[in-house]
Design a protein around this ligand. Structure first.
Ligand code: ADP
Ligand code: MG
Length: 566
């Protein structure tokens, strides 16, 4: 094909893809515009995971009628004039391309009325084609309706995920703005149901509660500001005590001058501050607000403005780390929280880390993971480091990871009952309530079928919580809220798989939470029982996630090691 310049239509659709990747990007741009327009009330309405409809309305300044056509043009903004201005940006938007980009890949309609104008105006853009502006009756502010995202870019449309997944992204996004702007009333109504609503009272804790639920937020520790030494950096926010944690980094939320950012460095500053307070593989929940002089941070480094560059990254890093650490150490002991078993928050640093585990001596032979062979009858010898069981078999010594082994045992029991369609439930004496964030609610609902197949009895209880009435009998004696929480964490990237796969995945997650932990001392009887149960498993050599449950030191390997044999 000869080289040709792309038509304006094509090139603008391509460029739009950089900014508008999915429905959540549309929501982000429209929310930012509403915030920049000083709106007090912002409403987001979603249908079909945002693919069918994203609507954002605000009571902000509105767009003057004679500027409306300009606003949907490329690189047209009221927020920036010169290159100089780029160095100290105070607004969320500044590139003037969002409305143009959205209009290029959807059917967009804007209704707006600026202060002082007699009537409102309406403008429609479809696949980049702008229709004429018409006067309409409207209240002050702006409403943008975006329908049929990517209707003209099938390649992009194909990459969108299920409605639930897309809604998950949107939910998390709106949550972040709700937390960053507690003085605005922000709401999200999706698929006809209210997911988020903040009061606009200005109280951060209250806004956080709309996202994390009251239980967790009441336990959160306010950040104590460190003596930074140099001015220009203000830090505030909340950090969760170690017993409240997640299995991914996603709940470390950072805002810089009201902008949500992703920053691997600052994320690890937070994680490092929890060092020794939290188990390896667990991640903290934290919401941090940073305020810096606008010229101390470059926000023009990322296509979706999700990353920033600090003039003095080291200063920011150590300020964050020290503030979080000081807050944790200063408040945890006096906070009325149960830091005790089953997960003591202190002293975990002495437990083996993943790196330690990888560094097993070379002559220890690890059983091949794919071999689903049974294990021989084992004689219990004892427990090491409150983490491993030592056992003797017909050919040498076995070291068994108590957590992985117990995961396997629970998993097979749970799956056996699910397969026979007769899950044994155990009713709780008192039903307990578990609160979820908006994105989490959707994940949970998507997996309700699997949960009941496994023997959970849960029911909705208010807009953001569920009641647990019964748990699978094999999990009795385990905190039911923890088991249920396992279902919503780390889940959203999966597309809807077959029903049985969902059950297996949910079961694996639940068992991970429910299994005996490393660090738990087991009585001799408990050790023996775990070995017996493991011997009876179909695939005893790996945990449901595929990690080995045991390593084997054969008699031959021992003899070589001691020089008894060549
Ligand atoms: P940017 O936000 O980078 O300026 P946009 O394409 O998002 O670019 O918007 C273009 C312009 O349209 C903005 O600069 C602003 O003047 C106006 N505008 C967009 N949305 C709103 C809104 N909700 N309220 C008032 N003005 C708006
Ligand atoms: Mg904008």
């Amino acid at each position: 094909m000869p080289i040709r310049q792309l038509s304006k239509e094509v090139s603008s659709a391509i460029a739009a893809g950089e900014v508008i990747e999915r429905p959540a990007s549309v929501v982000k741009e429209l929310l930012e515009n509403a915030i920049d327009a000083n709106a007090r009330t912002i409403e987001v309405v979603i249908e079909g995971g945002g693919k069918r409809l994203v609507m954002v309305s605000d009571d902000g300044e509105g767009i003057p009628a004679n500027e409306l056509s300009l606003a949907v043009g490329r690189y047209s903004t009221s927020k920036l004039e010169s290159v100089e201005d780029l160095r100290s940006i105070r607004s969320l938007g500044f590139r003037g391309e969002a409305l143009a980009s959205i209009g290029a890949v959807s059917r967009m309609e804007i209704v707006t009325r600026a202060r002082g104008e007699e009537v409102g105006s309406r403008l429609a853009v479809e696949g980049g084609l702008v229709a004429g502006r018409t006067p309409v009756g409207a209240s002050f502010g702006t409403l943008v309706r975006v329908r049929d995202l990517f209707f003209n870019v099938p390649a992009r449309k194909k990459f969108l995920k299920s409605d639930t997944t897309e809604l998950g992204w949107i939910g998390r996004l709106v949550s972040r703005y709700a937390m960053a702007y507690p003085e605005r009333r922000i709401s999200l109504v999706a698929e006809g149901r209210e997911r988020i609503r903040t009061s606009g009272s200005g109280d951060r804790r209250e806004a956080l509660a709309a996202v994390y639920g009251l239980q967790d937020v009441q336990a959160m520790i306010p950040l104590v500001e460190p003596a930074v030494g140099r001015s220009g950096l203000e830090l505030s926010g909340f950090v969760a005590p170690p017993p409240i944690h997640r299995s991914n980094r996603r709940e470390i939320t950072l805002f810089v001058n009201g902008r949500w950012i992703q920053d691997v460095g600052l994320g690890s500053a937070v994680t490092q501050a929890y060092h020794g307070l939290m188990m390896v593989g667990k991640h903290p929940v934290a919401v941090l607000y940073l305020a810096v002089e606008p010229d101390q941070v470059d926000v023009n480094v990322h296509p979706t403005k999700a990353e920033v560059r600090f003039a003095d990254p080291q200063l920011v890093f150590s300020a964050v780390q020290r503030a979080v650490r000081a807050s944790l150490l200063g408040q945890v002991p006096v906070h009325p929280l149960a830091l005790g078993p089953p997960e003591p928050a202190l002293g975990w640093s002495s437990l083996p880390t993943r790196a330690d585990r990888a560094a097993t001596p070379e002559r220890v032979i690890q059983l091949p993971a794919e071999d689903a062979g049974r294990v021989p009858i084992l004689r219990s010898v004892g427990q090491v480091g409150a983490t491993y069981l030592v056992a003797e078999g017909p050919d040498g010594v076995y070291l068994i990871d108590q957590h992985a082994a117990h995961e396997r045992v629970l998993y097979e029991r749970l799956m056996k009952q699910a397969d026979s369609r007769s899950p044994e439930s155990q009713s709780l004496l008192e039903a307990i309530t578990v609160e979820f964030g908006p994105g989490e609610m959707d994940l949970l609902e998507a997996n309700l079928g699997a949960l009941s197949a496994l023997g959970f009895q849960v029911e909705p209880f208010g807009p953001q919580s569920y009641r647990v009435r019964a748990v699978p009998a094999v999990l009795s004696g385990i905190a039911p809220d923890r088991a249920l929480r396992a279902v919503v964490e780390d889940f959203e990237e999966d597309e809807t798989p077959l029903a049985e796969e969902t059950e297996a995945r949910v079961a694996a997650r639940v068992c991970k939470r429910a299994a005996i932990k490393a660090g738990q001392i087991l009585s001799l009887e408990e050790q023996r029982e775990l070995l017996r149960d493991l011997e009876r498993c179909q695939a005893p050599r790996t945990c449901p996630h595929g990690r080995p449950t045991m390593v084997h030191l054969s008699v031959a390997a021992l003899e070589r090691q001691f020089g008894r044999r060549g």
